[in-house]
Design a binder for this molecule. Sequence first.
Ligand code: HEM
Length: 388
Amino acid sequence: MTDTTAPAPRAVRAARRRDRRVYLHARPALLALLAASRRRPVLRLGRRTVLINDTDTYRYTLTRVPLDRTAAGTTGGAARELAPRGASLLFDQRGAAHREARRAVADSLGAAGVERLRPTWRALLARRLAPLAAGHDLDLVPLARELAGATVCRLVDAAPGTDPMALASAAADAAAAAVRDHLPGPRLPGTAQLAAMAANRLRALLADRTLAGPEEAAQHAMLAVAAITTTVAALPRAAAWCATAHLWPCAADDSLRPALVRELLRVTAPSPLLPRVSAANTTLAGHRVCAGDRLLLVARHAARAHDTPPDAHCPADPATAQLVFGAGPHACPGAPLARAQLADTLAALAPYRPTVVRARVDRRAALPSWRTLTLRATTSPSTPVGQR
Ligand code: HEM
């Protein structure tokens, strides 16, 4: 019998401590701000910024409050960097134009789309996990990059021979440069030019490799950034949680794995903070908000990542777990793909019951991420189940 019972509190604390390092080493100011404010459902910071932690207010803001999708310092504003002059890219669209553009993307990322893409990452997992079986260590971060890059290559029908690692690194550079360019406060000289250059490099790579025109290459670039930065953040962080909290028996169990995947995505909240700008005067949990005010939506707190550990037996309500993918008309269309990739990665790793032997934080990445996450097998798939 495998032990799928809830993990010991000490193991959960160790997993949480390890995961906090991706904030502590790369975004200490953000971590301090989030920690200090998390008990306040909504908090005004200065004259024009409102921090939103509360689950219902987070959902209400994304579904009911008109948002300025093109404002500087928002995800839509950063996405514009990827578009040729005058064009728009989902994140910064509204109304009918958004619904139409979104339908095309949602079709390719629905259940049939996920099944079409699945053989790409399954083949890769089978190949790249072989070193674990041979007793070697495995760094999961390059594997996550390759997996995300190869999936996007297939999604956008890139030419055979397109290098998934080159695509992943161009997308990561473009995302990191855009985040630096859109951070509130003073910017270093040249930040905007560096962001524009990184976006150009990514678009050029995709235009060359997909025979796409400039607008289509920009759409592909937006998909590459949205899919690759989140996947490269999510997979290693979720695997580190699994290894440190001793959750591999749950990951190996077909009936518990789907709940475990939702729970790990909930507690890692790979995209922890959604920067938005209100386009109307409104009231949020008793706080007056004016058009033009900056809204910092803390997905991590709305999904209760900070105080409710993952539990595949008694998972958070799905509507709350789903909040790490946003809510409303712009909610992430890639959520089913992200869940399928994490489920397959955990299922492939589980027979080895790996432990983390080295973990280094990526200080440059757009999202809190590991730069290195080295795993070592503690058992092999041939070991009888009861002895693992
Ligand atoms: C764990 C992985 C992922 C997380 C945590 C995540 C999270 C998010 C979040 C928070 C949003 C903003 C939602 C809102 O404003 O309400 C978003 C939007 C989006 N995501 Fe994801 N995402 C992930 C993976 C992916 C993947 C794999 C793809 C594509 C293959 C993708 C494509 C998109 C797109 C295109 C949008 C913009 C949708 C729109 O504005 O209509 N995401 N994602």
